[in-house]
Design a protein around this ligand. Structure first.
Ligand SMILES: [Zn+2]
Length: 284
């Protein structure tokens, strides 16, 4: 090899290593999910992002996903998988400046259990007044849960009680052999007065007595992520209060439509109900 070739190769290698340094790196956690799970996409954008500011943008199953900055050159996004998603491999497409890259997430098939419940008809049927109230409250809740604010949550998420689950996410409930509903949260065992704690930092955006949920708290964690706590016997946090991870926010009970004392807990992420347990599993 002559000197010219060596110089040419060296220049080429330096050029390629520079390209490498600026290429976007993507990482998923976990790499496989089931419907109803939440996963994380982490993007590293090279080392000069400060000189040319901007945020990556992701797209997943037709939804636009916003990133937040986790470190100087690392961006992160939490992405929900709808419980109705069909099994398969789906691309998470990330765009940053003029670079576009996709990584596949595998949605594994999963059979959610079915539970048959028999209750006296008069307990199931709602009168016109109750129906109107429940409908009005659903609108208020949906309005709150569709907000998008700056990130307040920080680090990992914890479970709201020290107790075990009494009903998992995604169970189809068949009431009196006719009405079907899907359990879009999890139930934690809890006697009256069991302490309920905030799963991460956030702000109390709803503290109200609802027809179905009874005494209900909603915490906005920012980035479109909310945690919802229902059937409480007592509130221990005020409307608008900033709470931190692990802070006592209420006591478990059976207010609203509950057949016994327990904590119903839900997580909503950019409009999608996700399995809270999948959020608690993430290493953040
Ligand atoms: Zn429940």
């Amino acid at each position: 090899m002559n000197a010219v070739n060596i110089i040419f190769l060296s220049v080429l290698l330096i050029f390629l290593s520079c390209l490498q340094a600026y290429a976007m790196q993507m990482e998923l956690q976990p790499k496989e999910v089931i419907p109803g799970d939440v996963f994380v996409v982490k993007v590293q954008v090279g080392n000069d992002s400060s000189s040319t500011p901007g945020f990556p943008q992701a797209e997943f199953l037709g939804s636009k996903i916003s990133f937040f900055q986790d470190a100087k050159t690392i961006f992160m996004a939490l992405i929900p998988v709808d419980i109705g998603a069909s099994p398969g491999k789906y691309p998470v497409t990330v765009t940053f400046k003029d670079e576009k890259k996709a990584v596949l997430i595998r949605v594994k098939p999963h059979k959610f259990p079915t539970q048959k419940i028999t209750l006296p008809e008069e307990k199931v049927m709602l009168g016109p007044e109750d129906l109107k109230r429940a409908e009005r409250e659903r609108e208020i809740l949906n309005n709150i849960l569709s907000q998008y604010t700056a990130r307040i949550w920080d680090g990992h998420f914890i479970t709201p009680t020290d107790t075990v689950l009494s009903e998992e996410f995604g169970v189809t409930r068949i009431m009196n052999n006719k009405r079907n509903s899907i359990h879009r949260g999890v139930d934690y065992k809890g006697d009256m007065g069991t302490p309920v704690r905030a799963v991460n930092s956030g702000k109390v955006v709803l503290r109200d007595e609802l027809f179905f949920g009874g005494r209900t708290l909603v915490i906005d964690h920012g980035t479109g992520l909310f945690s919802i706590y229902m059937h409480l016997s007592e509130f221990r946090a005020a409307q608008g209060e900033k709470v931190s991870r692990g802070q006592l926010i209420g006591l478990a009970g059976m207010s609203g439509r509950a057949t016994g004392p327990h904590l119903h807990m839900g997580v909503k992420l950019i409009g999608v109900n996700v399995n809270p347990v999948s959020l608690f599993r993430l290493k953040l």
